[in-house]
Design a binder for this molecule. Structure first.
Ligand code: OOG
Ligand code: MG
Length: 263
């Protein structure tokens, strides 16, 4: 780590301001070029601590940058994790305001709900599947707070992996009844197909992304508790949305998730 405790608090306040008041900020590495991934997680952890102190409830975690499409789109090469809270959840079919977002984009993900605690290091996809209660389709609304989408991994991790909103829906299924990697997804915006893919795009199997997440948590002395809602990462690239747009994500075997965006 290169950041002092003062730097961490300072950067956390900067990210918190950008997230809660919806404005863009320059990537943190402009000012702190030595920032490492560990520094990014130190800022993210400080943000999580502050949100929880303000009464937000953590509901789970997300893996990000787990598909080649996303890594190429974002110009990074290692996945990341971020935390999810009750304030980020939105109901299915709802109208989602963009007034409190900077540059929202949507992506299709498979979400896992866990029935047993998981602990790394050494967590495998098989461990994840054994600890999974069920999976359901989800759309994540990510919102990078960095101007012009110019960022690097340390900055995006500090910004909690661009987490902003998420919507779960469709049909919950047991993993043993599905062939997850071959599940197809199609994203429609205003009735037109804008992205499609198969869940294998996420590290060959979305459970691999959850295993990776558990192993990253272990480095921070954290476990993935039973009951957690975990998003395994965008299957396709993220699609920009603006007020007036309506989105339907159709998942083979899992049903669909829809929402519309308003001012
Ligand atoms: C980082 C968030 C990545 C995913 O599913 O890959 C992510 C970003 O693209 O801003 O959530
Ligand atoms: Mg995502």
């Amino acid at each position: 780590m290169t950041l002092s405790r003062e730097d961490i608090v300072r950067l956390c306040e900067r990210v918190e301001g950008a997230q809660t008041r919806a404005y863009a900020i320059p990537k943190l590495t402009n000012e702190y070029p030595q920032m490492t991934i560990a520094d990014g997680y130190a800022v993210q952890n400080e943000l999580r601590r502050r949100f929880i102190a303000q009464g937000h409830k953590q509901v789970g975690w997300k893996a990000g940058l787990t598909s080649k499409a996303k890594m190429q789109q974002m110009g990074v090469s290692v996945p990341s994790i971020g935390f999810l809270t009750d304030r980020m959840a939105r109901p299915e079919s709802s109208a989602i305001s963009t007034a409190d977002l900077v540059h929202p984009r949507v992506e299709c993900e498979v979400a896992f709900v866990m029935k047993a605690d998981l602990q790394g290091p050494g967590c495998t996809a098989a461990d994840v599947l054994a600890a999974t209660d069920y999976v359901l389709p989800a759309v994540e609304i990510i919102d990078s707070r960095f101007s012009g989408f110019k960022f690097d991994l340390a900055s995006v991790i500090a910004d909690n992996g661009s987490s902003a909103r998420f919507v779960g829906g469709g049909r919950a299924r047991y993993v043993e009844d599905l062939d997850l990697p071959t599940l197809g997804v199609v994203m429609e915006k205003n009735g037109e197909i804008v992205a499609m893919g198969a869940a294998a795009a996420v590290m060959g199997h979305p459970a691999e992304a959850i295993a990776m997440l558990v192993n990253i948590l272990a480095e921070m002395d954290e476990i993935l508790p039973a009951g957690s809602f975990v998003m395994s990462g965008g299957i396709t690239e993220a699609i920009a949305v603006k007020p007036g747009d309506s989105i339907v994500a159709r998942f083979q075997e899992l049903g669909s998730v829809s929402m519309r965006f308003v001012e």
